[in-house]
Design a protein around this ligand. Structure first.
Ligand code: PEP
Length: 261
């Protein structure tokens, strides 16, 4: 059966703290009432505390865009899991392709971060996805398999049920090029198979697999209708309250039409 969709907004390095408050207030009204969908907002670190206050007593969850792998220490410029918990973050994006590309994060570091997030009861949204070159070279399945193997590493079975995977083909992020629903579903069903093989079907089916890469109101529904696409990680389109709210509505309609079919 289809899972309730999870729609996460990654605000990247946009919005000052005061702009973030304005955006989240507008967004809160635009998505009301939140039904049959889970919403997560991931503002920049500096805005988390203020955004968290606006989200008190709403079903909208808070997430961070990154985190360091150590619980605390002399790591200048980094943010710890306890700092995120303190401002009521429940989710943390890990291994985003921009972190991999510009900050040289590799699967080993991402695996450490995933373990730390789980230890501190944060839900990691673990990003995987191939570059255009890798897809054109027909290496995309192998690339994603390696990323999953190494980022999830030796996770316990109990832990996998607390992880969210985001498949984000790098060539579709911020480019306006979306994977077609069939292309995305092909990779999502492959990821599902890998999870089932590794952790058993009972757990594998529970892991939400989000799609990310130029999700917009006009493509959200056809993506969300696919059996193994359980939601979306939305970048650019999450920066406008009404656009994000429309994606949320499309995801809800896709879910409700599947449930009532
Ligand atoms: C992202 O940053 O995770 C993302 C998918 O960006 P965009 O929606 O802008 O492609």
């Amino acid at each position: 059966m289809k899972k309730k969709p999870l729609i996460a907004g990654n605000w990247k390095m946009y919005k000052t703290a005061s702009e973030a408050v304005t955006l989240v207030q507008t967004l809160k009204a635009a998505v009301h009432p939140v039904m049959n969908v889970e919403i997560v907002i991931c503002p920049p670190f500096i805005a988390l505390s203020e955004v968290s206050k606006v989200l008190t007593d709403t079903p909208i969850e808070l997430g961070a865009q990154n985190m360091y792998s150590a619980p605390e220490g002399a790591f200048t410029g980094e943010i710890s899991p306890m700092m995120l918990k303190d401002v009521r973050c429940r989710f943390v994006i890990l291994g985003h392709s921009e972190r991999r590309q510009y900050f040289k994060e590799d699967n080993i570091l991402i695996h450490e971060k995933v373990k730390t997030a789980l230890k501190y009861s944060l839900v990691p949204i673990v990003c995987v996805g191939e570059t255009l070159e890798e897809r054109e070279g027909k290496a995309h399945f192998d690339v994603v398999k390696t990323q999953l193997d190494e980022c999830l590493g030796n996770l316990e079975k109990d832990d996998i049920a607390k992880v969210v995977i985001a498949y984000e083909p790098v060539w579709a992020i911020g480019t306006g090029k979306t994977a077609t629903p069939d292309q995305a579903e092909q990779m999502h069903s492959y990821i599902r198979r890998l999870l089932n093989e590794r952790f058993g079907k009972e757990l594998g089916v529970k892991v939400p697999i989000l799609y990310g890469g130029s999700v917009k109101p006009d493509n959200a529904r056809s993506l969300m209708e696919k059996p193994n696409i359980d939601g979306a990680l939305v970048g650019g389109a999450s920066l406008k309250a009404e656009t994000f709210a429309q994606i949320v509505r499309e995801a809800r309609m896709a879910y409700e039409s599947g449930v009532n079919a």
